[in-house]
Design a protein. Structure first.
Length: 514
């Protein structure tokens, strides 16, 4: 809701600024025509024309200040517009506002004030002073970019109104030439700098509004100076209506585009902030896992060691019922130890602290050692382990022996876990394919298989297939994630293939030959 309100306020701010610029343009055009008028009647006409804009200059300025400072006294603003409408009607349709002019400085016809006009003059001064007081008060309590925006807005508007107010002096027969009008030129320069440097407003919207306002004023003047009722005047009026319609569409289109761009930028910044926060949380999580893993490892090693000694009878004979309980403790401790080891590996991988000792390694020897380690597990399930070496035992790869051992034992251990009794697991070691320079290890089982839809996320962190969760609910889904990271760090490749569920699967590892 706050974002919507801010967007609406920004839209109103640009709209009021655009209309304010139009009123100033009307005044400037009228002032130019007054300056070159050679007779009183023509000068009187252009004074009335100029005041179509001048009447609303202080009103639009005050309205702009209210929106800029986010003040919400709408009744007060609407009462100003109502009073301005009264002055406008008096100016256009009566002689109560301006009814005559007088010559000053032997060259310029200035309007002669009426009592009705005097009330407007007081109204003008009060509104301008009041608006600048509001700006000054907010400047003193503002900070950062907001303070700089208010500062330049205050200086620019003060110089503009201060210099422009000198135009009132000759109207009251004060013989001071309004040379201070030159300070009005500083107003757009300072405001332009504030818009570009301190993002006071959006430059694209301002340029579009200035273009549209200039066209409206130009065509309006053509319609006014054309012969009344002529085809030229009717054409100019029709052109003005079309320009007004197109201008409104153009202005709305620019505002929508800017709002969309600002929203995208805001979302991008929010996303960047959220991403940075996630990185910090992830780093804290990895640090916690590392600390917790190191703290857990020592007591678990002690529990495992003493439990093993109790089972072996190192502290005396243990009853069979007690031995069964101790074996369960030992098994649970092994699981917990493996879990801790996996968490530590996860922490090392994510913090970039995984260390490798690369050497020329005999891959066949690693596989044979793993088969000896897992022989008992496979025999307990009635699973036959077969090693088919097509390399004649002499192929070597470039890598870390312990890490390669960890990858391959993970794949073979999984094959044993997810194969039914009486099945077999075949480990292939093949020579590099033509020109690849990579040795290929394949672990083939005839177990539960993998759903083809799940193969794509098989090597993700904490990812497990639905079938594997049913068979081994205690798994964390980190083994294959570690394997993938280690193989990638060895400049190798790992992947899996499976025909379908129930038909087994094959895991492949390619490693560069030494």
């Amino acid at each position: 809701m706050a974002i919507i309100m801010l967007a609406r306020a920004t839209t109103r701010l640009h709209l009021i600024w655009g209309v304010f610029c139009m009123t100033v343009i009307l005044w400037g055009l009228g002032a130019y025509q007054i300056g070159i008028s050679q007779d009183p009647a023509r000068a009187l006409f252009w004074w009335k024309f100029a005041y179509i804009g001048v009447i609303f200059i202080p009103i639009m300025f005050t309205h702009f200040v209210y929106i800029f400072l986010e003040r919400k006294k709408r009744t007060f603003i609407w009462s100003l517009y109502l009073l301005g409408l009264i002055y406008l009607i008096g100016n256009l349709f009566t002689d109560k506002f301006i009814n005559s002019v007088h010559l000053m400085f032997d060259s310029i016809y200035f309007l002669t004030p009426t009592p009705f006009y005097n009330s407007y003059f007081a109204f003008f001064i009060i509104l301008v002073v009041y608006s600048h007081i509001l700006l000054w008060k907010n400047y003193k309590i503002a900070s950062g970019l907001r303070k700089q925006q208010i500062q330049y807005f205050f200086i620019g508007s003060f110089l503009g109104f201060f210099g422009g107010s000198f135009s009132f002096l000759p109207e009251y027969y004060i013989n001071i030439y309004p040379f201070m009008n030159l300070t009005v030129s500083f107003y757009p320069i300072i405001m332009g700098f504030a818009i570009l440097r301190y993002r006071l407003m959006n430059i694209s919207i301002i340029m579009a509004q200035l273009l549209v306002a200039s066209l409206w004023v130009f065509i309006s003047v053509r319609a006014l100076i054309s012969e009344f009722g002529s085809h030229e005047q009717l054409l100019n009026i029709a052109l003005l209506l079309i320009t007004v319609f197109v201008g409104i569409l153009l202005n709305n289109s620019v505002i929508k585009e800017i709002k969309s761009r600002e929203e995208i930028e805001r979302l991008a910044k929010d996303l960047e902030g959220a991403n940075e926060e996630l990185k910090q949380l992830d780093a804290a999580k990895s640090e916690f896992i590392s600390l917790a893993g190191h703290q857990l490892r020592a007591p678990m090693t002690a529990i495992k060691g003493y439990t093993s000694m109790l089972i072996e009878g190192s502290f005396g004979k243990v009853a069979e019922r007690s031995k069964e309980a101790l074996e369960r403790i030992f098994t649970s401790t092994e699981i917990l130890t493996k879990l801790t080891s996996e968490l530590l590996d996860l922490s090392r991988i994510e913090t970039g602290k995984m260390r490798y000792d690369f050497n020329s390694v005999n891959i066949a020897e690693i596989i044979q050692n793993i088969l000896r380690e897992l022989e008992m597990n496979a025999r307990n399930k009635g699973i036959a382990l077969k090693f088919k070496n097509e390399t004649k035992n002499n192929i070597r790869v470039f890598g870390d022996m312990d890490k390669i051992h960890e990858v391959i034992i993970n794949l073979i251990d999984n094959a044993i876990k997810y194969s039914g009794e009486g099945k077999e697991v075949v480990i292939w070691l093949k020579n590099p394919a033509n020109g690849t320079g990579r040795a290929l290890v394949a672990v083939e089982d005839f177990g539960i298989g993998i759903n083809p839809e799940e193969i794509g996320r098989l090597f993700g962190k904490f990812e497990r297939t639905e079938e594997s969760k049913k068979i081994r609910p205690d798994g964390m889904g980190l083994g294959l994630y570690f394997a993938k990271k280690i193989v990638e760090d060895h400049k190798g490749r790992i992947w899996a293939e499976s025909k379908c569920q129930g038909k087994g699967s094959t895991f492949f590892v390619e490693l560069p030959v030494a």
